[in-house]
Write a protein that binds this ligand. Sequence first.
Ligand code: ATP
Length: 254
Amino acid sequence: MLNVNQVSKIYEGKVAYRALTDISFTIEDGEFVGIMGPSGSGKTTLLNLIATIDDPTTGEILIDGRNITRLSKHELAQFRRRELGFVFQDFNLLHTLTVEENIVLPLTLDGKGVKEMKVRAQTIAEKLGITAIMNKRTYEISGGQAQRAAIARAMVHAPKLVLADEPTGNLDSKSAKDVMQMLEKINVEQRATMMLVTHDAVAASYCHRVIFIRDGKLYTEINRGDNRQTFFQKIIDTLSLLGGHGNDVPPVRV
Ligand SMILES: Nc1ncnc2c1ncn2[C@@H]1O[C@H](COP(=O)(O)OP(=O)(O)OP(=O)(O)O)[C@@H](O)[C@H]1O
């Protein structure tokens, strides 16, 4: 379980900037949660705090009761390597490596044997439908395939928590839909808890729940229920109440 408890973040600088104020929420094991809000509302800041890339100014973040803001350097490295998976907007694949080499990277860092790495890479690649491109370099594959490879890399060590920052941001709508269906499938099959920051209402409609933030504060949250189309509409309605820039609300329908 992920517990964000009264978290605030102030960026110090010539002029201090308060990016988050008293944010509290809980994400249960196996939940798939979206974070939405206008540009500059603090979504990436929040994701970075949970990813242990940055520290909150006040408050605590607990994962299964363990305060991740107070880990030693060594514990932190282990936590990131074993328990977290990341998916980024720009895929973050290494171009000099093949798709397979990219996928096994987290295992390499954790000192796993070659045979185990091959088996695990193969299993996840089959789930994501990318076995045919395993030996290709990342510049030889499409954006949608690159994001699948990035998802495979994020999942290969079976992390408890997967964090995704705009995973569909650089994809056309068909590839975006594919990627969200993959994430949904992995969430169900591997029971991984997922948290996704997105501007894309279609992508968000695949989540179980969407938390909205505005000006660094919790604004509201809505639950999916059983109809994705209705949920999509509710997301659009909430975004328009939330304000922000016009380009935060995509013109396309599901
Ligand atoms: N390192 C930093 N130093 C100072 N201010 C920062 C820093 N990073 C972010 N901010 C500020 O904090 C606020 C929240 O930024 P953040 O990137 O979390 O927003 P966001 O909701 O992810 O925006 P977007 O949707 O545009 O990516 C913004 O006003 C931003 O300018």
